[in-house]
Design a protein around this ligand. Sequence first.
Ligand code: NIG
Length: 395
Amino acid sequence: MSTLLTGISELRTVSELGTIKDAALLMDGGVIEWVGVAAGAPAGADDTVDLGGRAVLPGWVDSHTHMVFDGDRAAEFEARMAGESYAAGGIAVTMEATRSASTERLHQLVAERVAAGRAGGTTTFETKTGYGLNVASEAEAARVAASHVDDVTFLGAHLVPPGADAEEYVTEVVGPMLDAVKDHVQWIDVFCERGAFTEEQSRRVLEAGKNAGLGVRVHGNQLGEGPGVRLAVEMGAASVDHVNYLSDADIELLAGSDTVATLLPACDLSTREQLAPGRALIDAGATVAIASNLNPGTSFTSSMNFCVTTAVLQQRLTLDEAIAAATTGGAKALRRHNVGAGKDPQGRPAKGTLVPGAAADLHVLDAASAINLAYRPGMPITWQTWVGGEKVYSA
Ligand code: NIG
């Protein structure tokens, strides 16, 4: 069943095709067949939908979330706003709440979080385990996540659970825990930070994941300069996330690598850490992604619109750069994008770009131009979200 979308004031392809004014888009079987100026649209579509002069961009690719959790940490947040600083130890509070939740409740919570993300224009979701921190709960989190999102990351190495010995815990993570989750996840991740895991412990975790056939990602340089970026590049990680505290050498390393630097602006604001140096990373030639980092400790939001707006207003990215970071940037961080192609490196429809062959994942704004994302910050702007050619949200 083919559908022709017309009435597109500006179509941001986030590709070498650039932004097309007065555009149309033809999709069939979940993928894009054609994009161009409406006057040249192919005839014969099964259905035509007029978007009424609205801007269309690729759906956001949210490449970093922690959706499998119960409870909240509002009191911790309030204390932070009164001057406390963020520390990794708060993860243990969410671990208790998550271990106590039924499987059914975790499914319901993740489904609600995906729906909220879609209502804000997100069409591709990664999410992590990491609030179970024992074999049974991490395996449950991986299974729950796998039934709701595109990519699942094993983050057993999020925190050493209270009372456990760090080395023994890492042995558990790389042994029975990895065995229990590996059929449900695509990625392995580690919180390589003071208060969490050391460089050596992190390397052990990532090597074990790699040996099990998983792709590698790293939480690094969030709370201070450290080994995270260096380790991520050394291990060929698809992405290193947070990157708030970078040395010149870290920036140079990222610029010379295939490792995406993922900015998490909502987290930076919620933890009152300095904003990650997105401008400097882009100027140096690094590939940058923007993600929400939805989690109860440091970023209780799935709003990619908010993250993109913050990147423009506060991190001094141009609108084009911020949109690219939240679409193709996220897709590159998940290895779902090949520059200039409609297919990803595995031959699947590419994400985060609107070119023939790519996934028909669209974000329709209730505005004629995408600059309204930053020009009218915080205003309701997502009008429709389409995933694989199906409308999944309408305002
Ligand atoms: O990405 N930094 C580590 N993990 C999460 C926060 C976890 C928490 O505090 O619950 C993050 O910010």
